[in-house]
Design a protein around this ligand. Structure first.
Ligand code: NAG
Ligand code: NAG
Ligand code: NAG
Ligand code: NAG
Ligand code: NAG
Ligand code: NAG
Ligand code: NAG
Length: 435
């Protein structure tokens, strides 16, 4: 302590803010693409970005009917089980947009602002140049933090990632895909060094299993104890959610508003995504509940790999089937609080959430239909309560849980109760560490 005081000298009188790292959820990270003579499905798709990064996700123009095929091609993810290797489309490179400060350093953009709800964007935009997607998700939270003296890029940071991926690819960059954990570890080390204080990580949605894998399997207990003040895990789909089942069967917007992403446009991307396996109901949480009812067969969480192989067939069905075998067991193994650091699980309830789908026809290869009946139950509108509450139900009891009533999956990021709880948490004395 004395040494640290000596190092920071006069600046220590104005105590630095505890640094915060924000980890977004599924589809919550912007993506940029670099292409060189890539094979595109239509003549009008941009094939070459001339060595510049172009925003691919999420750009309202690219989600227009003609452009969506180009977008899907750019976000193609294939997995070869024999060599355990992921690939992008040939001659396409992808990276997360706005690392650390959320500003797109993009050389090219195709945003046509007449498609964007300017009044919404202006109401949440707190920093010049903050990407639209980050404004939508984190605008109100950043505004709140700014009112307490925080500044994006100085002591609050965005750590976006390739949301098609799960922990295996984040842990190891291979064939131009993955590598998020190394980048994240480096960012946290730098900001802890610069501020002289361990960081708070706030993750949302898919960001929760993403961080769970990082903490358990990528860094050591000593690293966690030194670098992490606490982890606030918001709306964690710890054992998946029935919404992902709807993504496999057709008709889910990934929870984003329709002005940002129209109806089920990126289904071909989501069915191939390894993160989709993490988002699928896991037998460990969902047990024997019936998720899908059809005339001749009902499907529970344990039947999800079969269902995916059936409807995805030799194309994505085989790929995603092998991803289930690879990724589901390890997700079950890490369901416990990481030692050496403090963790809190915050989630919301009170919004009807899809928990079952009823179809009048049997499933078959290529199936893509809206259900004849949707059964809804308790949750945050996107993730079922059974998954959100996994932490306090079955994890060892060292984790604090806070539940915010009447608040949605995305609403939790701007709910005044949550923002107040966040600034309170940030100003607390170091929390006890559970080893
Ligand atoms: C999905 O995976 C299949 C099988 O590897 C591949 O043929 C297809 O191009 C992929 N599509 C997308 C959008 O990733
Ligand atoms: C954000 O970070 C990028 C990449 O490090 C940098 O080029 C850019 O100047 C930064 N923008 C702001 C506003 O700090
Ligand atoms: C933006 O889109 C609108 C609606 O299609 C169109 O009229 C306008 O010309 C576009 N503007 C630019 C700069 O592309
Ligand atoms: C645009 O955003 C404003 C502010 O959030 C909202 O009141 C309005 O309904 C939105 N308009 C559309 C067309 O979505
Ligand atoms: C599901 O499991 C519960 C408890 O394990 C059991 O009571 C129930 O009968 C089972 N339901 C079905 C349909 O198998
Ligand atoms: C599927 O579940 C429904 C509702 O729980 C039930 O009525 C039906 O008999 C089940 N069908 C089969 C084939 O098990
Ligand atoms: C939640 O909303 C319902 C319906 O609007 C209301 O009756 C209930 O009191 C609300 N609960 C809380 C805790 O705000």
């Amino acid at each position: 302590m004395a040494k640290r005081l000596a190092l920071c000298g006069v600046f220590c009188f104005a105590a630095a803010n505890r640094p915060v790292v924000l980890v977004p959820g599924l589809t919550g990270s912007g993506l940029e693409v670099k292409q060189h003579a890539a094979a595109m499905p239509h003549w009008y798709c941009k094939k070459d970005t001339h060595d510049k990064w172009m925003k691919a996700w999420v750009d309202p123009v690219q989600a227009l009917p003609g452009e969506v095929d180009c977008l899907i091609a750019r976000l193609t993810l294939t997995y070869d089980a024999a060599s355990d290797t992921y690939s992008n489309l040939a001659n396409v490179e992808l990276r997360a947009l706005g690392w650390a400060n959320g500003t797109g350093a993009s050389g090219l953009t195709t945003v046509n602002s007449s498609y964007v709800n300017e009044s919404y964007v202006n109401s949440v935009n707190s920093a010049h140049g903050l990407d639209l997607l980050y404004s939508y998700e984190f605008g109100p939270m950043l505004k709140k933090l700014e009112s307490r003296g925080y500044a994006l890029g100085k002591d609050v940071f965005l750590a976006p990632y390739d949301w098609r991926l799960a922990g295996d690819a984040h842990a190891q960059r291979k064939n131009g895909v993955g590598g998020y954990y190394q980048q994240l570890q480096q960012l946290i080390e730098e900001i802890v060094e610069a501020s002289g204080q361990p960081a708070v990580v706030l993750s949302h949605s898919l960001g929760c299993p993403t961080m769970l894998h990082f903490f358990h399997l990528y860094v050591s207990e000593a690293w966690r104890a030194r670098h992490i003040h606490g982890w606030l895990a918001l709306s964690g789909p710890w054992t998946g959610g029935a919404s992902q089942v709807m993504a496999y069967l057709g008709g889910w917007t990934l929870g984003l508003p329709s002005w940002l992403v129209p109806h089920d446009y990126v289904r071909p991307v989501q069915v191939n995504a390894s993160s989709g396996v993490w988002m699928t109901p896991h037998p460990k949480g969902f047990g024997n509940r019936t998720l899908v009812v059809t005339p001749s067969r009902n499907y529970t969480a344990a039947d999800m790999p079969d269902m995916v192989k059936l409807i995805g067939g030799e194309g994505w069905g085989r790929q995603t089937g092998s991803l289930f075998s690879k990724l589901q067991p390890s997700l079950a193994e890490i369901q416990s609080p990481p030692s050496g650091m403090h963790m809190e699980s915050w989630y919301s309830t009170g919004v009807p959430t899809i928990e079952g789908l009823v179809y009048d026809t049997d499933l078959s290869e290529g199936f893509n239909q809206a259900p004849s009946k949707t059964i809804r139950g308790e949750g945050d509108g996107l993730v079922n309560l059974v998954s959100l509450s996994q932490v306090e139900k079955v994890w060892p009891s060292s984790t604090t849980t806070r539940v915010f009533a009447n608040c949605s999956h995305f609403g939790i990021l701007s709910d005044p109760r949550v923002l107040e709880a966040l600034v309170e948490y940030l100003s607390e004395k170091p929390a006890p560490v559970f080893v």
